[in-house]
Design a protein around this ligand. Structure first.
Ligand code: ADP
Ligand code: MG
Length: 415
């Protein structure tokens, strides 16, 4: 080993980086079949790695195949991981030699261990550390099995396994670090793109609404004049109808203006419990008329912001929840504090959403309803973001949806 081994390590590393980075760089993780794609990409990386191994002991091959295997498992779940595992074992069987048993004994436990850990772990954080530790663990497992097998044939093999563990750990650290950095960057770019689109839209809406408001006010004045001078029943009826419609148009415009106006916001102390109770009783007639029940559990909390806007967000979420339920269902509203955030959850037992729909949430004019505007969530996101908070969504098709609004408890200092 030595010079030649380094060549093969670098070659292996190249296969891994090209596979993993092209998957993330081309945004394939947003694809409908992202899990399959990462499985295939990693599988190809594994095959290439195994085709150019560093052969130190005859019959045994060592390479960096653990890394793409872990990439597939961590980012693609058991499906992608399973695909890679099967590819790996079949290819190992095809290559022949005495190492097949070591491979099987090592990779199946690793597969199970990683899956158990993935289940236990909550959020997709700390992938770098996670990937690195698992590479080290895998390298140790392989080393132990190999050592037991090699005992009979070869002396002084231990030093190789020390190298092997170190190299695998370092290479996997670099790989996962690159992947995570790239994912962060892509995420940030999407976020900027979205907020830019929103602010353009907001300004446009405000301008149009404002320009339309003036002619409407003038027309309304003249219509009132006509009404007061109407000669007969029909005239009166028509002018009343016209006035009603104009009022409706005005209401819509005011609503849009409220959405679009980020400036001149009032900042006041909001008693979340009282506020939510108020909103719930406001929306109760609407919700119960559809046959749903509302259940709430509210803790005493205070946040700072514009209470009218918060009302708007809550009405939006509750209305969406009620509209998502087909037959008699339940809407549950919780408010509690967690890690310096006030958390308000609105859960429904409705139709839920799939991955693609979840991705599109909050985009202007995205609506699946015949009479929907597709503005409710966009505006809600904006309002909560302006408070320094976020909205998270969890949903399962056919089961229901949970919207969690997080607002910082100490927002006053920021304002
Ligand atoms: P609108 O209600 O006018 O359609 P929104 O911005 O409020 O606009 O919502 C956008 C879309 O998001 C809805 O059309 C619906 O498809 C989806 N959606 C929102 N909330 C829920 C929910 N609680 N359950 C299922 N789908 C939802
Ligand atoms: Mg809505």
């Amino acid at each position: 080993m030595g010079g030649l081994m380094l060549d093969y390590i670098l070659l292996n590393f190249l296969f891994i980086l090209v596979g993993a980075l092209s998957y993330f760089a081309f945004g394939l993780y947003k694809n409908k079949h992202s899990k399959l794609i990462i499985g295939v990409f990693s599988g190809v990386s594994v095959v290439f790695c195994m085709s150019f191994p560093f052969t130190v002991f005859p019959g045994y091959i060592y390479d960096l195949r653990i890394i793409p295997f872990l990439v597939a498992l961590i980012y693609g779940g058991y499906g992608a991981g399973g695909l890679v595992a099967v590819t790996l074992l079949l290819y190992r069987l095809y290559l022949g030699g005495s190492g097949f048993i070591v491979t099987t004994l090592s990779y199946i436990p690793i597969f199970i261990l990683v899956l158990v850990f993935l289940k236990l772990r909550k959020e997709g954080k700390q992938n770098v550390l996670f990937g690195m530790l698992f590479s080290l663990l895998s390298a140790l497992i392989v080393s132990v099995w190999s050592s037991i097998q090699l005992q009979h044939d070869i002396d002084h093999h231990e030093i190789f396994f020390v190298y092997y563990c170190v190299i695998l750990t370092v290479c996997s650290w670099i790989t996962f670090f690159f992947i995570e950095t790239m994912r962060d960057n892509i995420h940030m770019r999407d976020e900027i793109y979205r907020s830019e689109k929103l602010s353009v839209l907001g300004e446009l809406a405000a301008t149009i609404a404002h320009e339309i408001r003036n002619p409407i006010t003038v027309s309304k004045g003249f219509l009132q004049l006509l009404k007061s001078r109407s000669q007969n029943e029909t005239d009166l009826k028509y002018s009343l109808l016209a006035l009603e419609e104009i009022d409706r148009a005005e209401a819509i415009i005011s609503e849009y203006l409220m959405y679009a106006k980020p400036q001149a916001e009032k900042v006041e102390k909001i008693d979340v419990k009282a506020h939510l109770s108020n909103v719930i009783s406001m929306t109760e007639p609407y919700v119960t008329s559809k046959g749903h029940i509302v259940d709430s559990q509210l803790e005493d909390l205070h946040v700072y912001g514009d209470s009218k806007k918060l009302t708007q967000v809550m009405i939006n979420l509750i209305k969406n929840a009620a509209e998502a339920i087909e037959k008699n269902g339940k809407i549950t509203i919780h408010a509690f504090s967690q890690n310096n955030y006030a958390v308000i959850e609105v859960m429904d037992t409705g139709i839920g959403m799939n991955e693609e729909q979840l991705q599109r949430l909050g985009n202007p004019f995205y609506s699946t309803k015949a009479k929907g505007t597709g503005l409710g969530l966009m505006v809600s996101y904006r309002i909560i973001e302006a408070l320094g908070g976020t909205i998270r969504v969890q949903s399962k098709q056919g089961m229901g949806t949970k919207f969690s609004v997080l607002i910082p408890l100490e927002a006053e200092a920021k304002q």
